[in-house]
Ligand binder design. Sequence first.
Ligand SMILES: Nc1ncnc2c1ncn2[C@@H]1O[C@H](COP(=O)(O)OP(=O)(O)O)[C@@H](O)[C@H]1O
Ligand SMILES: [Mg+2]
Length: 141
Amino acid sequence: MFKGGIQATRDAAAALALMLKPGMVVSLVGELGAGKTTLVAALAAALHSDHPVSSPTFTVIHEVPTPTLMLCHIDAYRCSARDVLNLGLDDYQQDGFVLLVEWLEMFADAGPIPDITVTLTEDNNDPDVRTITITEHGDQA
Ligand SMILES: Nc1ncnc2c1ncn2[C@@H]1O[C@H](COP(=O)(O)OP(=O)(O)O)[C@@H](O)[C@H]1O
Ligand SMILES: [Mg+2]
């Protein structure tokens, strides 16, 4: 568990970076403004990417190359289940991208099964503090 200001987000991203393998699916769970996109930016930085990370709210998918792993950042907030199915996420997975998905939990049936869930919660007292947990799910085959 990581708790604190932006450094806690950076620490969580660095820990997540060590867990990732090609084709993995990461579900990023948290309210609007919890810091999901900020965590993806911190992850890209931890992986030494100089690619800018911004919210894919309107474009839905952003590819984020890093020297070691290809990341695919998805914001499904405005998607229907059909949209999610039509994104071709399994193709990205087969191509070895790591999928980092905001709002995947809204699509239990349509979306890919997460290998890792990252949960971000805000603090009632300090607007800059987040509590971040990283859960790796067992083999679901
Ligand atoms: N510790 C922190 N970790 C992440 N973001 C933080 C933190 N403290 C403040 N913030 C701010 O909270 C906002 C999070 O926004 P964003 O990452 O877009 O959230 P989401 O993608 O979950 O909607 C940003 O404006 C960011 O600067
Ligand atoms: Mg976001």
